[in-house]
Ligand binder design. Sequence first.
Ligand code: C2O
Ligand code: CU
Ligand code: CU
Length: 498
Amino acid sequence: MDRRSFMRYGSAALASLAVGREAFAQSASHTMTMTASMPGMAMPAATAADALLPVSDLPVGSTLPALRILPNQATQAGLFKATLTARPVEVQFKPGLSTTAWAYNGQLPGPLIEVMEGDTLEIRLVNQLAQPTTVHWHGLPVPPDQDGNPGEEVPPGGERLYRFTLPLGTAGTYWYHPHPHGYTAEQAWMGLAGALIVRAKADPLANLAEQHLLFSDLKLATDGRIAGNSEMDWMNGREGQFVLVNGAHQPVINLNGAQHWRLWNACNARYLRLSLAGRPFQLVGSDGGLLAQPRTVTELLLSPGERAQIVVSGAAGAVTLQATPYDRGKMGDVAIEQTLTLAKVLFDGAKAAPLPTRLRDIAPLTTPVARKEVRFSEQMSMDGGVHQMIPLINGKRFDMQRVDLSSQRNAVEAWSLVNDSDMDHPFHLHGTQFQVVSRSIEGKIVPEPFLAWRDTVNTRPGETVVIHTVQHQRGKRMFHCHILEHEDRGMMGMLEVI
Ligand code: C2O
Ligand code: CU
Ligand code: CU
């Protein structure tokens, strides 16, 4: 069944979707069985029908909390040593209403890891969840066996050490989150995600004050539980009624002169089309660090998993940082998109020094020696009489035992990312940063206007995005849609670098 005939089923089909979770053996019910059989853990028995807390119920207007830094336990230079413990934690988003979240070291979002290029990291993961988990170092070129791949899970009660060295040239804005197959979406929506910044020895923006904004999505039930996913959430990707910034609801950001902001879209599925009420700002960095030159923009689309660096300054005044509606092709009877207030920004109007016109050199990757195609599609299934949308990559669902593509180490390749579906899908590749070369839709090819290092790029329905990419280490890497519900449902493939 294609999407249009699926749509024609209307509410009858959507009603039957409500029972889809149980029928979906690979991800959702797997999670349910696992957690239900684990004694001693407070587990939300969330259903699709959770009544949600009204948006007006969460307080607003606190000062933006800074991300708390993970202390370095090592004493020798060049080494960063710490422990991340994933465990349930009681928090109050609404004063007086208790919520069980899952957090790294009891912090929402997880602690900020700050390191220098060239550093070696030794991070111990302690798993105090009732599910297996891993830590994936999103965007960083860590060895495949240290990258928290699905299949290398740490069982409940277990622990492991991740150890890797960050090469020079990797300065940028990264993050870490769980990656156990079938559990990633749930562990992320329960709160497991944190920021990781790699700093350069020479940073052209070092004299600017820095502000960190990690966006996460929260779907909170009236009784304080973090609500589970409905079948619609699994199909479209989950969006809660709240978007938090560093865990706070619509906080206030005080801007003195110019500030350098690092932005993380750590939402499971929500696209953030960011703007400051029409005020221009400077885009200075993408996932993998600084651009060659600043670019003046008035809005910025961050798809799930993406990061950016911007510089903000301007005349005195109070301005709303907002996410304006973006149509990503959600299916079914979904609510009309509204403009979301993310934060209030108080500009003090202090004069800012001009930015350097040159931020760094980015060389284009050399001519590709091989080509690959990655095709996103959707299949409507009626397994067991239940309507489901199965997201696919190259016509298949993820299989941990199957290698889908293979690449030669150090060989530059051109990958065509083809979106053959009716929904946007953000493509993400592990282990490297790539360059977008062109985007085409209906035969109209638009060369990418500037060079940038990315690990996540959005693809629109009917669009083909061409990237140039190279992997430098042997082993298995994942590529997938970063709508985590789609990833868990199998919109993921495996690349073997030989
Ligand atoms: Cu951010 Cu494979 O993930
Ligand atoms: Cu990743
Ligand atoms: Cu997707």
